[in-house]
Design a protein around this ligand. Sequence first.
Ligand code: CAA
Length: 390
Amino acid sequence: SEIAIGIHDLSIASTQYMLTHATLAAQNGANLGKYERGIGQRSMSMPALDEDIVTMAAAAAAPILQRHSADRIRTVVFATESAVDQAKAAGIHVHSLLGLPSATRVVELKQACYGGTAGLQFAVSLVHRDPAEQVLVIASDLSKYDLGSPGEATQGAAAVAMLVSAAPALVRVDEPSGLFTADVMDFWRPNYRTTALVDGRESISAYLQAVEGTWKDYTERGGRSLGEFSAFCYHQPFTKMAHKAHVHLLNYCGREVDTGAVDRAVGPTTAYNAVIGNSYTASMYLGLAALLDNADDLSNRTIGFLSYGSGAVAEFFAGTVTPGYRAHLRSAAHRAVISRRQEIDYARYRAIHEHAFPVDGGNYPVPRETTGPFRLAGLSGHKRIYELTS
Ligand code: CAA
């Protein structure tokens, strides 16, 4: 298409607390090298009792609405796989907390970690229909696995909010996309469970199959060649996965694998995920935030995006960085999102992990813990009550 459409603004949020892998390793006897080098994770974000996907989402989106007026936003897309309700879209709570206009459509999207990319691509299509409109796309997730399971070290939490518009200040989303779907049970969470189930080895091989599948379709649709990309943002369930995925893509394309080149292509995208952990739908976009915030000038450069959601759906697409983008970044705020978190000990982590509301419809206020802008005040009559903290 003629008009450039893409990410006009991008803002991240995470949680009040953080657990280091050193603390986890000291507790469970694992070798810290396995966590820090083997999977590439140093710490993981943990929610306060009064934080959830809604409070993180609103915290991520609020700075965007401070910078841009809400007048042109007519759609809010909220992607998550840690939904707080089976019917009502979590985005409606965010719409309310942020005071967005009533003339807005709000919807929640789900397909594991791929949901954020579905939201971004749907947003691009909506803006294409009317380039005067903007779409607020939010991806927000808490990843939670059973205590003592292999997935435990890959927990985390974050939200990313993106304003999608014509003439984007940050990244234009390019055509074509390479698509791939395969029916696999690599990672899932039945409605009756709060923790995800995963077949670890199967999930890694399903992800790598999806890398091949999307690249094949991308190439057949006339996409760019490998050498045209300056960096690759992969979905990062743990940061080492981005390296594995890129090595796999190079092998698939018959290229020689040079570890230094792989590190240069994906390394700058891992800075935030290594200390935040898996944020599912937000993960790949935290990768983009880290890349834009920390890499040398990427103006006019092409970035490859590989979005993977277990189950499994994946999409590969290219984005072109807008000249002058650096003036629109939120690098200092993003670093503060990470540094403001308070380190917790193992006992506190256990208490957070085991926390669950009674399900009898009673009145359950939540202690005031978060110093973020929004909080979950409690549960009452089966309704979640949210409020501004100040
Ligand atoms: N020093 C350095 N490296 C070490 C080490 C040490 N002392 N000890 C072990 N390692 C390395 C291992 O060699 C291994 O590396 P390779 O995979 O490159 O061989 C790595 O550390 C991990 O070790 P294990 O394979 O033994 O670890 P594990 O079996 O306990 O768990 C996991 C790994 C399966 C990924 C597990 O963390 C898990 O189940 N995670 C959740 C599922 C997941 O994230 N899957 C990813 C694809 S699915 C997806 O992307 C969707 C999503 O978001 C969930």
